[in-house]
Design a protein around this ligand. Structure first.
Ligand code: CMP
Length: 140
């Protein structure tokens, strides 16, 4: 698979509980390198654009309001097979289904407030990274 980059968000439920460092330790322990990172407070419009693929879903409004409710930490993670590796470290979307030791099993509060987002494929990773970061901000 080779070295990949993936996009990650530490969501408001996690920043509110001061879990940024604990979540970053999970990434780093798994061999993922944080090559870009910044704390931002998204507007409702930015959250809606980012999650546009989900706009027909019944939870879209709730999802966008949550993501714009408090600061998040947006990140680029780099490593061998980074997209799949990050999804393993995050665990299943619903924390009730997440494997022991994963971020969502340990920290997520619910399916909506599930502590982290990670890209699901190389194309979405590239789009999501470009939405939040310029090339100059990626320091590998
Ligand atoms: P994420 O990986 O950020 O991508 C889309 C998000 O939608 C997902 O994580 C969940 O947080 C959220 N989501 C998925 N299903 C539901 C649901 N049934 N209710 C509320 N939010 C959901």
């Amino acid at each position: 698979m080779g070295i990949q980059r993936t996009f990650s968000i530490i969501k408001p439920d996690a920043t509110r509980r001061n879990l940024t460092g604990k979540i970053n330790a999970k990434f780093e322990d798994a061999g993922l390198r944080i090559v870009a990172q910044k704390r931002i407070h998204m507007t409702l419009a930015q959250a809606g654009e980012f999650y546009a693929v989900h706009k027909e879903r019944p939870f879209f409004g709730e999802l966008c309001e949550f993501m714009a409710s408090e600061p998040v930490v947006v990140q680029v993670l780099e490593g061998e097979d980074a997209i799949a590796k990050n999804r393993l470290v995050m665990g299943a979307t619903n924390p009730a289904d997440a494997a022991a030791g994963t971020i969502r099993a340990e920290f997520a509060e619910s399916v909506g407030e599930n502590s982290v987002h990670g890209s699901d494929a190389p194309e979405t990773a590239a789009e999501e990274i470009a939405y939040f970061f310029s090339g100059l901000e990626l320091v590998g």
